[in-house]
Design a protein around this ligand. Sequence first.
Ligand code: 5GP
Length: 189
Amino acid sequence: MTTTPARLTVLAGPTAVGKGTVSADVRARYPQVWLSVSATTRPPRPGEVDGVHYRFVSPDEFDRMVAEGELLEWAVVHGRHRYGTPRRPVEERLAAGEPALLEIDLQGARQVRDTMPGAFFVFLAPPSFDELVRRLVGRGTEDEEERARRLETARVEMAAEGEFDHVIVNDDVARATDELVRVMGVTTG
Ligand code: 5GP
């Protein structure tokens, strides 16, 4: 009998495609799926809870985590704040034979591809580029300069789709979430 080793799944995709919404839906409807909590130097938004949505750390603490090799990957996202995946919790999950999910940006996904050969890469795509732009502007939480910066990031990130093992079109959050959990091979009973 062969056993499939627990798999690390990386969910990436362009800005405002809805990665955060899909991971929140995973958290809400599939509590058996373990989702990595990233460290970030970005300040919390209203409603975000330290240790649940992110681990909010100072730049000095982030420097320390990098220097001590505590991060599996990290990146400066949108040219501003740093985000990274704490290594230990991911390794513990996989060692325990349980699947793990990372929701990170494309730069981070590329680092994980280099360091975790068995990982599975899922690209969350918008139904169209126009739809992505509409979502980006419609969200209204960023100022004009920030929106322009995110739009440029999105153009570059959309071109990366071919690097991924599987593409999920985020036409409907619940449907996209269900597809993600299915391709992760998680038993949903
Ligand atoms: P936000 O600030 O809107 O929560 O997230 C901004 C971006 O950072 C999103 O594209 C998200 O995927 C990315 N991100 C969140 N956590 C990590 C991480 O640990 N590593 C990397 N590389 N990107 C992350």
